[in-house]
Ligand binder design. Structure first.
Ligand SMILES: N[C@@H](CCC(=O)N[C@@H](CS)C(=O)NCC(=O)O)C(=O)O
Length: 249
């Protein structure tokens, strides 16, 4: 049995939801309400010591890290292949996915936390905040929550993250000038892993990604949005109030 612990179909949760949908795999969905801090509950931290979604449980085996989850799904359920057959393209798929995880996603995430999560943090009383901070397993995440509940990131940090988003979209545009999909002519996990991040950029910063400046990235996003698996993933419940939504699919 496949079970996925996930939040809304955005960001890292979306990566694994989309992979499951592309492969046509049925799964038991366990919604984790991040705005109610369910990711910090002891029973969830038992599954993922980082206290983060998504988490895949397959016949009792626990797999964390969205990119690793997607490679695992590809290993175990290869019928709908999402990894290029050619070793060079497979390497490109992994290089790009690493770039998304280490550079693109953190830059987008900083803005998501600043614009959205901050509103939640600031609605908490001092007491509530202290209790929540006390349950967060990772110091880095605790510091992040404390930062946005206070002064938030500095203007220089936010500006630098915006610059990184520009670098990410420019890099995507260049790649798409020589291949239809990100890791070659075939649709792959490189595309699956990028959807929710790329989709967030024109929504937040239309000056970075628009049809005049980055036509190929926009063409890629239009084709992604037309995929039945993307539509099915986006149809998963989204309990975040409209006013708080900033990035993702
Ligand atoms: N590297 C991890 C990152 C996971 C992650 O950042 N998850 C976010 C949602 S996109 C989360 O659970 N945030 C809640 C929190 O940090 O409290 C992955 O790719 O799975």
């Amino acid at each position: 049995m496949l079970e996925l612990y996930h939040a809304e179909p955005v960001a890292n949760s979306m990566k694994s939801i989309l992979c499951l949908k592309e492969k046509g795999l049925a799964f038991v969905s366990h919604y984790v309400d991040l705005l109610r801090f369910e990711q910090h509950r002891p029973e969830f931290v038992q599954l993922n010591p980082n206290g983060q979604v998504p988490v895949l449980v397959h016949d009792g085996a626990v797999i964390t890290e969205s990119t690793v989850i997607n490679e695992y799904l590809e290993d175990v359920f290869p019928d709908v292949p999402l990894r290029p057959g050619n070793p060079v393209e497979r390497a490109q798929m992994r290089i790009w996915s690493k770039f998304v995880d280490e550079y693109f996603c953190p830059a987008l995430s900083m803005w998501g936390w600043h614009l959205m999560v901050r509103k939640v943090a600031q609605s908490l009383s001092k007491n509530e905040l202290e209790q929540i901070l006390g349950r967060i397993p990772l110091k880095e995440q605790r510091d992040k929550w404390a930062t946005i509940a206070g002064e938030s990131f500095t203007p220089a940090q936010l500006e630098d993250s915006k610059r990184k988003l520009g670098v990410s979209i420019d890099r995507l545009e260049k790649i798409l000038a020589s291949s239809h999909w990100i890791a070659g002519e075939g649709y792959s996990l490189a595309d699956v892993n990028s959807y929710s991040m790329v989709a967030g950029v024109p929504r937040m910063f239309p000056e970075i990604m628009n049809p005049a400046k980055t036509p190929l990235a926009c063409r890629w996003l239009d084709e992604m949005n037309a995929r039945p698996a993307v539509k099915a993933a986006l149809a998963m419940p989204n309990r975040v109030p409209e006013v708080l939504r900033t990035f993702g699919g």
